[in-house]
Design a protein. Structure first.
Length: 379
């Protein structure tokens, strides 16, 4: 069976783990692009499901009584009890560093730390300090730790476009060349991941902070598709902070975020909330937000967040993280580049114009009411 057939089989499985999907007019889709095509330009026809039956049963209007630190520890213990071998995807950022320090401080066994490198793009601003801290964790806390430093190669990643052809757009949901966060494809196409000899290991992924909205003076919690789908298509990736089998941790984070906004003492709008939830709000403001959520981070320079913002800015072809791979494919394998360009053309010329937009939209899941604001302001 070909890689494409294997992926198709995985994505068509809407049972069990994959209780999450796009729905358009009663039809289920694993691909955002296919859902957008089916909806024909009408957003209202698309819904994104994220274990709705579980989240529907939760009272979001009540803040969990346990502290964030207690819940993080319980989540680490839960994963330790359920899995024989645990690997942590570690970048040194707020999300993954908080998880690592919890394992270390509470003497919970962690088996392996994974720190990525890229041979086509310089991400040393986060990979080098992260690797040093991982080595210290092994030296001073857990000497049995394995430190794995796999490489995302400029030959490995473009092979996605070679294997899937112009239909790559239906499989990534990240839609840029070489986007390293497309983990379910990396597992299948990256040589080092394919050869990972610890078959039973799970990969803990720390993404992400709460996703909140603010309308008519009320706070709402949501999920979005960009944070969710890779987990569902991967056989190894496990979400840490917003898992459907440990709901209190995500709800607690939503309340911590709401408490942070309420304490600001100024007019809150949906625009302010969405800006705060990304690195675009600036290094110091982003740091304050993360600390309010109970996060910890390596003492990395504030320029790190500027670097992230620059790396991720731009169009499908000219993002800084992608451009080296685009140029490499132009030079070394024109067929890969042509497949990439065909997919881009389908997105830009046939799908996005239906919606009057120029970028792939985020599709939001169901919203859940948390509380009314002290001062009711809105956009």
């Amino acid at each position: 069976m070909s890689t494409k057939q294997n992926i198709d089989n995985d994505l068509r499985d809407f049972s069990g783990k994959n209780e999450s999907y796009y729905e358009v007019k009663g039809k289920k889709f694993s691909s955002k692009i296919r859902a957008l095509e089916e909806a024909g330009g009408d957003y209202n026809k698309i819904t994104f499901k994220w274990f709705d039956s579980i989240w529907d049963s939760v009272d979001w209007s009540q803040e969990p009584k346990k502290t964030f630190q207690q819940l993080v520890k319980e989540r680490c213990l839960q994963l330790r009890e359920k899995h024989d071998h645990i690997s942590l995807l570690y970048s040194g950022g707020y999300d993954s560093h908080t998880i690592l320090t919890c394992f270390l401080q509470n003497k919970i066994r962690l088996d392996r730390i994974i720190v990525f490198r890229k041979d086509y793009y310089d991400n040393s601003y986060d990979s080098e300090p992260s690797l040093r801290f991982a080595m210290d964790a092994k030296k001073y806390y857990q000497p049995w730790l394995q430190i794995w430093n796999p490489v995302f190669g400029q030959k490995d990643l473009p092979s996605i476009y070679n294997s899937l052809g112009e239909e790559w757009i239906y499989y990534t949901n990240q839609f840029i060349m070489g986007k390293s966060q497309t983990y379910h494809l990396i597992e299948k196409f990256n040589k080092e991941f394919r050869n990972d000899n610890i078959k039973k290991s799970i990969y803990i992924h720390g993404t992400d902070k709460p996703c909140l909205d603010f309308f008519d003076g009320k706070y709402y919690a949501r999920m979005n598709d960009g944070r969710s789908l890779d987990y569902l298509y991967s056989n190894k990736i496990i979400p840490f902070y917003y898992s459907h089998d440990f709901v209190d941790l995500y709800i607690k984070q939503c309340w911590l975020a709401v408490n942070y906004y309420e304490a600001l003492g100024k007019n809150i709008t949906n625009s302010i909330i969405h800006q705060t939830q990304s690195t675009m709000c600036g290094g110091q403001n982003y740091r304050k937000y993360n600390l309010a959520l109970g996060r910890q981070c390596l003492p990395l320079p504030q320029s790190l967040y500027k670097s992230y913002s620059i790396d991720w800015a731009g169009d499908i072809e000219d993002k800084k993280e992608s451009i080296n791979l685009v140029n490499y494919s132009k030079k070394h394998d024109i067929n890969i580049y042509k497949n990439f360009k065909k997919g881009v053309s389908i997105i830009k010329e046939k799908i996005l114009p239906l919606y009057g937009i120029t970028k792939i939209p985020t599709i939001l899941a169901k919203e859940y009411f948390i509380k009314e604001a002290k001062i009711k302001n809105h956009d």
